[in-house]
Design a protein around this ligand. Structure first.
Ligand SMILES: [Zn+2]
Length: 466
């Protein structure tokens, strides 16, 4: 087995090229099977299906129950002198409606213009299936894998991964690994590959204010009965200033400043800000002005008012003094804020400025970040270049939130996102698709990553530095 620091991947890539049509046919067979977690259609069958695909390639596989839909877990153990890689993906898909907007039916996979159209092909079946085909390729070429591999496929990602935190903490030992790699989401807008190191967290809050026990005439009662909408407006005005700073006491206390390396990586991400402003019809970006575009998404916590409701909003006028008002907000969290800590700070703030307002939350998700200096960064980067001919862009953290913290915090291991889908994959929307070339390149990339990581056992990570 070739485990030198600059492994020869030609035989592996040739195998992928030779078997490309067979891999594609198998992907088609996978995505034509509905597995809709929102209402359970096909979930059990698809868990069995993908478990048997993994079993046939030589992994030992278990379908592990949760209080919701099951996890599919597979393992392949080589030995103690190579890293253990946990590959994560999800076998569930979004509901396909509105059906009438699909050019070809969502569960009748169709090729048009070099893309495969089907629900779940980008999010996430085509991506984790590429990783599985990478394992199969390595086993076919070499008879063994270059690292120890664990595969965890979730069945509830599209409904918010409600059982992931519990599952991961209950199965810490089985999931033990040196790192997590997952392929989900799109590559950069301009088509360049990315290597992602983190995500922002999120916390939702609902503020509710009450006035009288019923709506009142604003002439008869205005100046007598307090207006809950004004109560909320005043309260919200104490939570963020015009400079874009959140003014909740202690809000920034645990925010880690971005490192020099992270700043450099963020500045290298291509973006045409004028084009973004133009396409959104914006004259300016949000405050604070001086912050870089991607720094805003990766390193800036936000407080967003999602909506304020109460009183009358219909045609004409209605001189009503409303009896109730509600504001829904979300807070995007960055390292090392936690949802629990920030919720407590919001409650303390409301207690101080408007104690009659109630605060509730459906809960949140902590942020997650892996260091750009991780010893695995260089081999993964080199592997992507070997498979795709170009280095990936480095994304220190993405703006949106997924429960990646279960790996970086609960398991305490570095986690890398290596997305394969095109930026216009239309996930969660009609006509979801994946460029077929990206599926093939995903198989090669997955294989190259495992080979390069496997080589770590034979040479110190510092030897990778270039
Ligand atoms: Zn999704």
């Amino acid at each position: 087995m070739d485990r030198s620091p600059t492994p020869n991947l030609d035989d592996v890539f040739a195998y992928v090229d030779e078997h490309a049509q067979a891999f594609l046919a198998r992907l088609i067979d996978y995505v034509r099977r509905p597995s809709i977690s929102a209402y359970g259609e096909g979930i059990g069958e698809v868990a069995e299906y993908i478990a048997s695909v993994m079993r046939e390639m030589g992994l030992s596989v278990r379908i592990m129950p949760t209080s919701g839909w099951s996890m599919v877990f597979g393992e392949y153990f080589v030995g103690g002198n190579v890293p253990t890689v946990l590959l994560y993906g999800h076998y569930d898909v979004q509901p396909p409606d509105p059906l009438e907007e699909w050019i070809s039916p969502p569960f009748e996979p169709t090729i048009r213009g070099g893309r495969l159209y089907a629900r779940g092909v980008g999010d996430n079946k085509g991506q984790h299936f590429a990783l599985l085909m990478a394992l199969e390729t390595l086993l076919a070429c070499w008879g063994a894998l270059p690292c120890n591999v664990k595969v965890l496929l979730e069945g509830e990602e599209e409904v918010g991964s409600p059982h992931m935190p519990e599952f991961v903490s209950e199965h810490r030992d089985e999931l033990k690994a040196d790192m997590v790699i997952f392929s989900d989401g799109p590559v950069h807008e301009n088509g360049q590959s990315t290597l992602c190191f983190g995500v922002r967290g999120v916390l939702d809050i609902e503020l509710r204010a009450y006035g009288a026990n019923r709506d009142l005439h604003s002439g008869h009662w205005g100046g007598i009965a307090p207006n809950p909408l004004w109560t909320l407006v005043h309260l919200l005005a104490t939570m963020k200033n015009e400079r874009g700073e959140v003014t909740i006491d202690g809000f920034y206390e645990h925010v880690l400043p971005i490192t020099e390396k992270e700043r450099e990586a963020l500045e290298q991400l291509p973006i045409d800000v004028d084009e973004v402003k133009h396409s959104l019809g914006l004259k300016r970006l949000d405050e604070p002005k001086e912050r870089g575009y991607f720094e805003r998404l990766a390193a800036g916590p936000t407080l967003t008012i999602n909506g304020i409701h109460g009183g009358y909003g219909g045609p004409g006028s209605k001189t009503v003094l409303p009896h109730e008002a509600v504001a829904k907000c979300d807070i995007r969290l960055v390292e090392a804020q936690t949802a629990e800590e920030i919720l407590a700070k919001v409650k303390a703030h409301v207690q101080r400025f408007a104690p009659e307002v109630s605060v509730s939350s459906h809960g949140g998700m902590d942020p997650s970040k892996t260091s750009l200096d991780s010893p695995f960064t260089v081999p993964i980067r080199e592997a992507i270049r070997a498979a795709q001919g170009a280095y990936p862009l480095l994304v220190p953290a993405m703006g949106a939130s997924i429960p990646e913290y279960v790996f970086t915090k609960t398991l305490g291991i570095p986690t890398f996102g290596v997305p394969y889908a095109n930026a216009d994959e239309a996930n969660h929307a009609p006509n979801e698709n994946m460029e077929i070339a990206r599926f093939f390149s995903g198989i090669k990339t997955g294989a190259a990553i495992l080979i390069y990581l496997g080589a770590i056992g034979y040479c110190e990570p510092s030897a990778w530095k270039r």
